[in-house]
Design a protein around this ligand. Structure first.
Ligand SMILES: Cc1cc2nc3c(=O)[nH]c(=O)nc-3n(C[C@H](O)[C@H](O)[C@H](O)COP(=O)(O)O)c2cc1C
Length: 229
């Protein structure tokens, strides 16, 4: 059992997204899985360049992205993975730029433009998205972030296998709120929440990691039927 985790935060150590990912990987390891962590911000790569090489009828292999850069080797390793855990901060209501570019390159080569839109990924594996964000849980729907989360969940479910979401809200952005612009925040409440709630988020991440390593892949939610004609 091989679990791959991807950190889509440029803050590679100690901060919110990486801390949750590390907890998830510990959970996966505790369940006997081999774990790998990929720091997306260490890699030099682009998003999909719309070359459509992966859709050519004359292609030699399915599920291969023709773009050659630092992501190429990582995408090769995904072929052997049994679970994917993708962590990202929310930037302007969506995944970080590196995460978006990664998701495009990860998913599009496996998308078959067939009537049932089936995936070319040969197995069903567990997937999960860990989102960390500054806003509170109550604001997610008000600000429409739930649409982003639902779309990515559906996309991963369709290409690879059921996707679990873990949302960590009202995160700490700075270690010292007195040194940065922060007028709009209640810094005491932020510190308190980080102390009280973030450890619970870490525990949820650990448990998610255990589930990711279980090998039991639930059915993804059904994809709505689209008629492109
Ligand atoms: C460029 C940028 C844009 C952000 N946009 C949002 C946003 O739209 N909504 C939100 O809740 N938080 C936003 N944040 C805050 C981060 O999502 C939040 O602090 C996150 O937990 C940071 O993750 P990290 O500690 O792993 O880097 C933004 C932060 C940055 C740097």
């Amino acid at each position: 059992m091989k679990v791959m985790a991807f950190n889509g935060s440029p803050r590679k150590n100690k901060w919110n997204t990486i801390t949750l990912l590390k907890n998830a990987l510990q959970g996966a390891k505790s369940a006997g899985a081999k774990a790998e962590l990929v720091q997306l911000y260490d890699l030099n790569y682009s998003g999909c360049i719309s070359c459509f090489a992966c859709k050519k009828l004359s292609r030699k292999e399915d599920g291969v992205c023709a773009v050659k850069d630092d992501l190429t080797e990582v995408l090769n390793r995904v072929k052997e993975a049994d679970a994917l855990i993708i962590g990202t901060p929310v930037y302007y209501g969506v995944e970080s730029a590196a995460t978006r570019a990664f998701l495009e390159r990860l998913c599009f080569p496996y998308l078959k433009y067939a009537k049932d839109m089936r995936s070319l990924f040969p197995r069903r594996i567990n997937t999960s998205m860990i989102y960390t964000m500054n806003i509170s849980e109550e604001m997610i729907n008000q600000m429409g972030f739930d649409r982003t989360f639902a779309t990515t969940k559906m996309m991963l479910g369709m290409h690879f296998g059921a996707c679990e979401l873990l949302l960590s809200t009202d995160t700490l952005q700075y270690s010292d709120y007195d040194k940065f612009e922060a007028e709009m925040f209640d810094k005491k409440a932020k510190y308190k929440r980080h102390e009280k709630v973030f450890p619970k988020d870490c525990k949820r991440a650990f448990e998610l990691g255990v589930r990711m390593a279980s090998g039991k892949v639930p059915e993804p939610e059904p994809i709505p039927k689209f008629d492109f004609k």
